[in-house]
Design a protein around this ligand. Structure first.
Ligand SMILES: Cc1ncc(COP(=O)(O)O)c(C=O)c1O
Length: 311
């Protein structure tokens, strides 16, 4: 729920309804079995422009609608329609703060027995204020989780399926209970996959390295953004490949990235310092550039920014 006192609207069953009316019964299929797909999109409040700058919404909806094909959970809305819904929702809700948008494709029907066919598919979108999801300033203290990421032939991680986030919850909860800020997850065969709800980069031997898309990762939009900025703007060589767990302990730098996490440097992994134990130079440079780009301060990348004026 948002913290604003004004009525907040959600997109639900192809229309805009007050948030309190966008509700599902307890026998709803997606509630019972996690049969949903979702996205997380950020909008940055820019007071000088009196606007919310929504970052790479097009790519988020393209990912959502193509992932829907994995499960046959097709909805009638097109990417263009989704982008218009985002404009309408942000303007209706008028939140003058950093905002998170959560589109979800769900099964709009009730009944026991998991099924991807039985019930109609429906799209919902809500907005809520969101600040930092993890600490991005002080360097994270992380562990390698004893839980493994769900494999592609179990629940594909690239699909951003609701049910798969039980795995994320196990990973994150265990890390917090054990005194860490977050965790890195391995694949079933023991290679580095990603963070609990973010992708991972490592700086090693003068290269920016990230696990390849066949390592049970979500094909992150922030990951893609950073690779493009690293190559084109900062001249950093980038390598997508298999990463061993022990490489984490000999890396010069490590950082998480994601819509929620943004760019979050890691300074400790499994109680070992990462590199010098301080936030690394490449992490800093990428973080700085990332924040300029997402706030539409770099004209070359303004095509990634949807500037939505508020009243
Ligand atoms: C499991 C997982 N990996 C990676 C990411 C990062 O993806 P993106 O940059 O598209 O937000 C997310 C979501 O933020 C996630 O949930």
């Amino acid at each position: 729920m948002s913290t604003s006192s004004a009525t907040q609207y959600s997109y639900f069953r192809q229309g805009f309804v007050p948030e309190a009316e966008a509700v599902l019964p307890i026998q709803n299929q997606s509630f019972l079995y996690g049969t949903s797909l979702f996205e997380g999109i950020r909008g940055y409040w820019e007071p000088e422009q009196n606007a919310i700058v929504v970052f790479r919404a097009k790519e988020h909806f393209e990912r959502l609608l193509s992932n829907a094909n994995i499960f046959g959970m097709i909805v009638p809305e097109t990417v263009e329609e989704c982008l218009q819904i985002v404009v309408d929702l942000i303007q209706k809700n008028g939140l003058k703060t950093d905002t998170y948008l959560r589109p979800t494709i769900f099964k709009d029907g009730c009944g026991v027995g998991p099924s991807l066919e039985k019930f109609p598919n429906s799209l919902s979108i809500f907005t809520t204020p969101l600040g930092a999801y993890v600490d991005i300033e002080n360097g994270l203290n992380v562990c390698v989780s004893s839980w493994r990421r769900n494999a592609d032939n179990a629940i594909p991680s690239r699909a951003k399926a609701g049910g798969a986030y039980m795995n994320t919850a196990l990973v994150k909860t265990q890390a917090l209970r054990d005194g860490y800020d977050d965790a890195i997850v391995l694949t079933q065969d023991g290679h580095v996959s990603e963070g609990s709800a973010m992708n991972l980069f490592m700086v090693r031997r003068g290269k920016l390295v990230t696990p390849s898309i066949t390592e049970d990762i979500l094909e992150g939009i922030t990951r893609d953004t950073l690779m493009e900025l690293a190559i084109n703007e900062l001249g950093m060589p980038v390598e997508e490949r298999t990463v061993d767990r022990s490489e984490l302990y000999v890396a010069d730098e490590l950082f998480f990235c994601g819509t929620g996490a943004q760019v979050a440097p890691i300074t400790k992994v499994d109680k070992r310092p990462v590199g010098t134990g301080e936030i690394g130079e490449w992490s800093k440079q990428l973080q700085e550039l990332y924040f300029k780009v997402v706030k539409n301060q770099v004209p070359k990348y303004s095509h990634w920014c949807q500037v939505i004026l508020l009243g």
